[in-house]
Design a protein around this ligand. Structure first.
Ligand code: 13P
Length: 253
């Protein structure tokens, strides 16, 4: 079993003061043996994360990136700028961006390409809505979303992280069951394997109401390589318990 990767997605939360407190608690409680840990923060706070986390073993990243390399794109942040701020990761294609900012599969694929070209690891989010699931379209939707990225990034596919985030599970307190998550993760891994000949290097994270109470069961699934955590990443205790669950699962396998 791979060491788990636990990523916090702070979304549009935080302040300099609140972040400082959270970062201090995370650094004090983090045990690198438990899991790989990363935090994806709003862009204005990336330098704060760099200053606080450098040398700590905790990585950081952004929640979005421009599909453009640079130039006259007011309000956009380029992949090179994120690298400049020490980012290792960037989330692309989160459902909140697909939904509220109308990001298409092709745009998400371009963003993943830009991230890789700048030396960042894209965390590519895929996931179905409740109507999709109820209509039996889950597999079709997540494969379509991942396929756009696979075609755009070609052989670099082994460098991406994928996050399965069922839209109906995000922020609702209603996580997918471990069996539901495993079923979709297996589909995604098979798709990566078919594209590149291997998929053992790719980490496939689960996201959607993951918390200290349900993390162990989700992380125990053979194709669940970690978590992308929203609400529960904003409190050090719950985020660290998820990392600890990652270790417990490794030790019992
Ligand atoms: P919650 O953990 O708050 O459900 O959010 C999940 C998510 O969207 C992470 O990217």
């Amino acid at each position: 079993m791979r060491k788990k990767l636990i990523v916090g997605n702070w979304k549009m939360n935080g302040s300099l003061a609140a972040n400082a407190e959270l970062l201090a608690a995370l650094k004090a409680g983090f045990d690198a043996a438990q899991a790989d840990l990363a935090l994806c923060a709003p862009a204005p706070y990336l330098l704060q994360l760099q200053a606080a986390l450098q040398g700590s073993g905790i990585a950081w990243g952004a929640q979005d990136v421009s599909a453009h390399e640079g130039g006259a794109y007011t309000g956009e942040v380029s992949a090179a700028m994120l690298r400049d701020c020490g980012c290792r990761y960037v989330i692309v294609g989160h459902s909140e961006r697909r939904q509220y900012h109308h990001e298409s599969d092709d745009l998400v694929a371009l963003k993943a390409q830009r991230a890789l070209a700048a030396g960042l690891t894209p965390i590519v989010c895929v996931g179905e809505t409740l109507p999709d699931r109820e209509a039996g379209r889950t597999e079709f939707v997540v494969k379509r979303q991942l396929s756009a990225v696979i075609h755009a990034v070609g052989h670099c596919c082994s460098e991406i992280v994928v996050a399965y985030e069922p839209v109906w599970a995000i922020g609702t307190g209603l996580s997918a069951s471990a069996a539901q998550a495993q079923a979709v993760h297996a589909v995604l891994r098979a798709q990566l394997r078919a594209a590149t000949g291997q998929a053992e290097r790719n980490r496939i994270l689960y996201g959607g109401s993951m918390n200290a109470a349900n993390a162990a069961e989700l992380l125990r699934q053979p194709d669940v390589d970690g978590g992308l955590i929203g609400g529960a990443s904003l409190k050090a205790a719950s985020f660290l318990s998820i990392a600890a669950a990652g270790l417990a699962v490794l030790q019992t396998n």
